[in-house]
Ligand binder design. Structure first.
Ligand code: PRX
Length: 568
């Protein structure tokens, strides 16, 4: 029997207080995610249960019980406090998927500071704009990433501490840098949990928009209510499950469902800090006896490409439930997964801003391959007219996806950018920025984004950020960045550039520019193709018409360019 039972029944008289009751929370109480994910689980009698099974490069393994997670997060929290980190200070977690990332996240929350996880493959420029926006007080990182911090630290007087979790003493640390070893630190039995309340800030996740710098999506401790219940009902986690969320906590899936969801339910999860390979992934499932697997369409398509034979060579019989998020899950992938694993990947739709799942396929619900499913109980979702923001009731008609504000995990603002935050609401709806239709049975069908943001392999990349970085290359005069179709990643970054006088278009230069972006921003933001052009299409006022280039890439009708020019 699944946790949700009947979707229809759960929808009747649904109230989030149901999750509050299960978590023993009452309005006005202290609510601290760090405590809920470790101390409370121990108090419930699961202190010796395995919380984390970790596997790294070269077959390295580590395992932690809930009590060990509790102690280790206390230890990190106490260390940060000792350094002078106070409640609401921003602490960046800039690490690969190592245990310190997961445990550090809880430690930061326990002392009431705000966790700012950032993808460890970010280059110095991507890192800088996010730390600068948040005015981050401390960054917890690894030796291998310190060079990137050193490159920008002089521009960041507010960054008081650079904490290196794996310093081996071989290279001298510099000013503001300090070593901390979880293995060698004396475990702290108890620390005062900061009395955070429902509306206390918890996590700051950066996400990319079409224009301007990345936005810091600010969440609160009360988000736990949604994250707990969606994990329970959609991922269906039960006490004896071995759960694997493949997402990196540098992105919201890796925190909401790679830390908070499973651990607030006291469920064992495993983490693999090694890059993708089909064999590696199947071996992991087989060895760890993974039962519930939450992944992303690009990974699923890559597995599909690896073929059926490799599946047959592994014992994947432990799997009982699969779910996906991050980008459109094409129907072929759902049908294929049912064929080879005997289980369909169930699509879920949500965003950094929503903090928890919004549209989902539930265990037991009829799966329509290619559909995102239906709203989670308590979520009012609709498709809206793009001009009036009125609800469209006609099945099959495409409009903007809107949600009625008010679910617990909704972002509370964009950090230092209340104006953009307010702009996300129209006519009483939160606008997701995506488009879809609804069929006559209430299933949502994704049709596309309503902006120019590129979703590559489930990760959002701002064309503006890439264009700005391109302009910093000595050879580039002008640039325009759009999505280009890709079989596995769905979309990849493509750049059109004009060169400055004295520079010749060549493959060598293309590689140099690509590498420049990879190092400055990230491998994801790196254009997979650079097309040299003599000039870029522009509006009369001189703005580059990205949409025109996009349409060409996708073989779409370009339409009337005179109107394009006018409305730009
Ligand atoms: O465009 C939608 C797409 O990913 C965006 C959110 O990205 P991010 O904030 O990085 O969060 C990703 C993980 C929660 C959405 O606005 N997206 C997410 N899930 C789906 C999706 N597109 C289609 N189908 C989905 N299931």
């Amino acid at each position: 029997m699944s946790n949700i039972g009947s979707y229809e029944d759960r929808n009747k008289d649904f109230d989030w207080s149901l999750a509050e009751k299960e978590l023993g929370y009452k309005d006005g109480d202290t609510i601290n995610i760090g405590w809920y994910c470790s101390d409370r689980i121990c108090e419930m009698g699961k202190a010796d249960k395995t919380a984390l099974i970790w596997e790294g490069l070269g077959g390295k393994e580590k395992s932690y019980t809930f009590n060990e997670i509790r102690l280790a997060s206390n230890t990190i929290g106490a260390f940060l406090r000792e350094l002078g980190i106070k409640a609401e200070d921003r602490v960046c977690l800039f690490m690969d998927k190592i245990p310190e990332l997961y445990i550090g996240f809880l430690g930061v929350l326990k002392i009431g500071a705000i966790a700012q996880p950032l993808f460890s493959a970010f280059g110095d420029e991507s890192l800088f704009v996010r730390l600068d926006n948040a005015k981050t007080s401390a960054i917890v990182t690894q030796r291998k990433h310190v060079a990137k911090v050193r490159k920008i630290i002089d521009k960041m007087p507010y960054l008081k501490h650079v904490i290196v979790v794996d310093d081996d003493g071989r290279k001298p640390l510099r000013e503001r840098e300090i070593a901390f070893s979880l293995e060698n630190a004396v475990p702290v039995e108890s620390i005062e949990i900061h009395p955070t309340k429902a509306e206390s800030a918890s996590v700051l996740h950066y996400t990319s928009g079409t224009t301007g710098q990345p936005k810091g999506v600010q969440h609160v401790h009360y988000s736990l209510i949604s994250q707990y219940l969606t994990t329970k009902w959609v991922l269906d986690l039960q006490d004896d499950d071995i759960y694997w969320c493949t997402a990196d906590p540098g992105w919201v899936t890796g925190t909401s469902y790679g830390i908070i969801g499973p651990w607030s339910l006291g469920v064992t999860q495993c983490v693999k800090d090694v890059g993708f390979s089909a064999v590696g992934w199947y071996e992991f499932i087989q060895k760890r006896k993974v039962t519930v697997w939450y992944s992303a369409p690009t990974a699923i398509r890559s597995l599909m490409k690896a073929g059926d034979e490799v599946v047959k060579k592994h014992d994947l019989s432990s799997l009982r439930h699969l779910a996906s998020v991050g980008e459109p899950l094409n129907s072929e992938a759902v049908i294929w997964s049912e064929k080879v694993y005997g289980l369909p990947f169930l699509d879920t739709y949500w965003q950094t801003e929503t903090g928890s799942m919004m549209l989902t396929n539930f265990p037991g619900m009829k799966v329509k391959p290619g559909s995102m499913g239906k709203p989670f109980p308590g979520i009012t979702a609709a498709v809206l007219d793009a001009e009036t923001f009125e609800q469209i009731n006609e099945p099959g008609k495409v409009g903007l996806i809107g949600f009625k504000p008010g679910w617990p995990a909704m972002m509370r603002t964009y950090w230092n950018n209340e104006e953009t935050y307010k702009g996300k609401f129209k006519n009483g709806w939160y606008l997701s920025g995506d488009r879809s239709s609804i069929d006559n049975e209430g299933y949502f069908w994704f049709t596309g984004r309503d902006d120019d943001v590129i979703n590559t392999g489930g990760h959002l990349v701002s064309p503006f950020e890439v264009e700005s970085a391109l302009l910093e290359h000595e050879a580039v005069a002008e640039s325009a960045v759009v999505a280009k179709p890709d079989e596995v990643n769905m979309e990849v970054v493509k750049a059109f550039v004009t060169l400055k006088p004295g520079f010749e278009a060549s493959v060598d230069l293309e590689l140099k520019i690509m590498n420049f972006i990879r190092k400055k921003l990230s491998p994801l933001a790196m254009p997979q193709e650079i097309e040299y052009v003599k000039s870029l299409p522009k509006t009369r006022s001189g703005k580059i018409m990205r949409r025109l280039l996009h349409a060409k890439e996708w073989g779409e009708e370009i339409g009337d360019t005179s109107t394009l020019e006018d409305d730009e």
